[in-house]
Design a protein around this ligand. Structure first.
Ligand SMILES: [Cu+2]
Length: 150
């Protein structure tokens, strides 16, 4: 009986490893160093492992005076990159949404303190269906080489 329990425990631990994620996850959150009073963009990969569509409906933080969801696009007329604020981001079932330079990002406006390499900042993501996710972004000068860099 005790042996059966151990086998069950072992298989549970196997299935709960990070290779078999479930739910909605954030990978490799980061932000570049920035001066106090300046702006900064938070980048990460949002991974929806569920078969339910969701929506990112808002973001909050206490490290800046304001935070907005932005989408960068190239204006075809001028070939110049521009940023637009969006009020929400649809998250299809079983999808990955890339927050990266030239794509979506979370814009921190008027940082309350300097961000130095090695620091971490907190940002909270709010969803239509899923519970809040607290993102702990590391301050670094280059994108992390995570296993999600496709
Ligand atoms: Cu922006």
């Amino acid at each position: 009986m005790k042996r059966l329990y151990l086998i069950l425990l072992a298989s549970f631990l196997l299935f709960s490893s990070c290779n078999t994620e479930t739910g909605v996850n954030v990978h490799d959150p980061w932000i570049q160093s920035a001066a106090q009073g300046g702006n900064g963009a938070v980048y990460f990969v949002l991974h929806n492992h569920t078969d339910q569509a969701d929506e990112l409906t808002g973001v909050t933080t206490d490290v800046a005076e304001a935070i907005e969801i932005h989408q960068s696009t190239i204006d075809p007329a001028t070939d110049i990159m521009k940023m637009d604020m969006v009020s929400f981001i649809p998250i299809p079932a079983d999808s990955e949404i890339f927050f990266a330079p030239g794509k979506y990002h979370l814009m921190l406006i008027r940082l309350k303190k300097e961000l130095k390499v090695g620091d971490h900042i907190g940002v909270i993501l709010h969803f239509k269906n899923h519970e809040d996710i607290i993102v702990n972004a590391s301050v670094q000068d280059n994108a992390p080489e995570g296993d999600h860099s496709h």
